[in-house]
Design a protein. Structure first.
Length: 249
């Protein structure tokens, strides 16, 4: 019963992050699965991909209804990350648990820094794709998704704004398309690992994450983006410090 309650609470927080910020949810999902629900790092990254895929699809639908998804540019950005995500996903199952934990903590710190650093949206562009920069950024995000089970939205949003010239609302919505594509590509290489997961925990986690994504979309319309980012950044820094301490002790 305790595990079920923890899964419900963690799922709601993950959904809120994805719905409100277009990223950050998966960076919270993995440590929640490890430290609250007892998953190994490898199992947690696989479960996180399943959770993030389902939640991102829900949030993507909500943002698409509001006209906040740039489908052509987002598809091109995501396409560059599909093969790296699949390759990294296949490699991740053979990596030592401690290495995955330390790498994930480092990514959590990077995510917090990105969220604390203001993104310049004063001069939004048309969202036209710059092939070289989009391909490089997309490939990097795909690698992170496959290796660590993170959707990469915390990196995709500022990249879409600063590199491709998206306004913030379109960047958040389009990042969900990128997250979904990369997560599905990585999951394709982990089908065996997914079969052994504890679905009695993952199911409720997904359910509240999906509901949280809808609430997060509404929250984003009421609370300023910078304030939300600062809150999640503080949580990520605390999570990263805990994971690093656990890995080296």
């Amino acid at each position: 019963m305790t595990a079920l309650i923890l899964a419900l609470i963690a799922g709601a927080v993950v959904g809120l992050a994805l719905g409100a910020l277009g990223g950050g949810g998966s960076v919270l999902a993995v440590p929640a699965l490890i430290y609250l629900l007892g998953f190994t790092p490898t199992a947690a990254t696989t479960a996180s991909l399943i959770i993030v895929t389902a939640t991102s699809l829900t949030a993507l639908y909500a943002h698409a209804r509001a006209g906040q998804v740039r489908w052509k540019a987002g598809a091109a950005f995501a396409a560059a990350g599909i093969l790296p995500a699949a390759a990294a996903g296949a490699a991740a199952v053979h990596m030592p648990q401690a290495v995955l934990t330390i790498a994930f903590a480092a990514v959590a710190v990077l995510a917090a820094i990105k969220m604390l650093r203001p993104v310049d949206t004063a001069r939004p562009g048309s969202g036209d794709v710059r092939p070289g920069k989009a391909a490089g950024s997309g490939a990097g995000l795909g690698t992170l998704t496959g290796l660590l089970g993170v959707g990469g939205g915390f990196l995709a949003v500022p990249t879409l704004v600063t590199v491709l010239g998206f306004e913030m609302e379109a960047a958040v919505g389009t990042s969900l398309l990128v997250i979904t594509a990369n997560s599905l590509a990585s999951l394709a290489t982990r089908s065996g690992a997914a079969a052994s997961l504890d679905w009695a925990v993952i199911g409720p986690f997904i359910g509240t994450a999906i509901l949280g994504a809808w609430d997060g979309k509404r929250m984003a319309a009421k609370v300023s983006g910078p304030r939300l980012q600062r809150i999640f950044a503080a949580v990520l820094l605390a999570v990263a410090a805990f994971m690093l301490a656990d890995a080296v002790m």
